[in-house]
Design a protein around this ligand. Structure first.
Ligand SMILES: [Zn+2]
Ligand SMILES: [Zn+2]
Length: 304
């Protein structure tokens, strides 16, 4: 029941010796998603033991270099490693042209197929769904078209109470119906579902809010998220700069977390002008207590 976030890079603008620009890998129930793919992503994946070929879906928030300039390199490496499985890439419309024209210019033909999903909507939309997980966009306010992503588990099944099931001699054929929440009813015997099962685990969610100005319209989309990553490029003392560049301060990120009633907030995308991240946590914690500042290599596990 893994739901894990690996921070590969959490800096902004340019790579520094201390920090790589933005990319993260999410393992949700063994679906491996790469979110943003800045320069250095491949090296960071090697460093932190992330297996390249497990990535089948890549989500790119926007086309500022600190969020996608590692993508074509990564795509090329997958070919060199002999990939045959389809790779799904979701991002702003122009990203498809960028990838395919770069490959064409070097006469590179891939051993696998890229399915590119152009994102153009300014409203939240469902962009990925399978039997256990969904991914929706979180439209953000930035200098160019930009989305965050909300990764959610679907409703979990009811958990079988094996002791009660054995005592009542429930046939195996009924297990999947009990997991769906049905009451047992056979040969005139009726037993309530809650007498044979435990409640489902709550559905967990991760909201990734990439570069954005303070934006209250995202609150209903990320409401109650288990974990929120929100950019905090600046501290409040530079809030004018945040406003000009359509970024957020730590305090603004915390205000969003509080209003959205998320369980935990993590901050990143700090401007390189700041020497440490403690001031970000101090500032944000005054508004939203359960806050931490991420660093490259950090891992977050979302528990039930
Ligand atoms: Zn950025
Ligand atoms: Zn940006």
């Amino acid at each position: 029941m893994t739901f894990k976030i690996n921070i590969l890079g959490c800096g902004s603008a340019t790579p520094t010796l201390r920090r790589n620009p933005t990319s993260q890998v999410i393992n949700v129930l063994e679906r491996h998603f790469l979110i943003d793919c800045a320069e250095g992503t491949q090296l960071q994946m090697r460093k932190f033991g992330i297996k390249f070929q497990k990535i089948n879906h890549i989500f790119i928030s926007h086309l500022h270099g600190d969020h996608y300039l590692g993508l074509v390199g990564f795509v090329s490496t997958l070919h060199l490693l002999g990939r045959t499985k389809d790779l799904h890439i979701y991002g702003p419309e122009a990203l498809g042209d960028i990838i395919f024209s770069q490959l064409k210019a070097s006469s590179s033909y891939l051993s696998y197929h890229i399915e590119f999903h152009a994102l153009t909507s300014k409203k939240s939309e469902l962009i990925f769904e399978d039997n256990l997980v969904t991914v929706k966009t979180i439209p953000l306010k930035h200098r160019i078209y930009c989305n965050g992503f909300l990764i959610e588990e679907k409703k979990h099944p009811y958990r079988l109470d094996i002791k009660a099931i054995e005592e009542n001699k429930i046939p195996i054929a009924w297990y999947h119906r009990l997991k769906k929440g049905e009451d047992y009813n056979e040969n005139g015997i009726e037993i309530f579902n809650h007498d044979l099962t435990f409640p489902p685990y709550p559905s967990r969610s991760y909201a990734y809010c990439s570069d954005t100005a303070y934006l209250e319209s995202i609150i209903p989309i990320i409401k109650g998220a288990s974990l929120l990553y929100h950019e905090a490029t600046f501290l409040e003392k530079h809030k004018e700069r945040a406003k000009q560049t359509l970024h957020s301060t730590a305090k603004q990120a915390a205000s969003i977390a509080k209003q959205a009633e998320v369980k935990q907030l993590i901050l990143g995308h700090y401007s390189a002008r700041y020497k440490n991240t403690e001031d970000f946590v101090t500032e944000a914690s005054l508004v939203f207590k359960n806050t931490s500042a991420v660093d490259d290599g950090d891992e977050f596990n979302i528990s039930f």
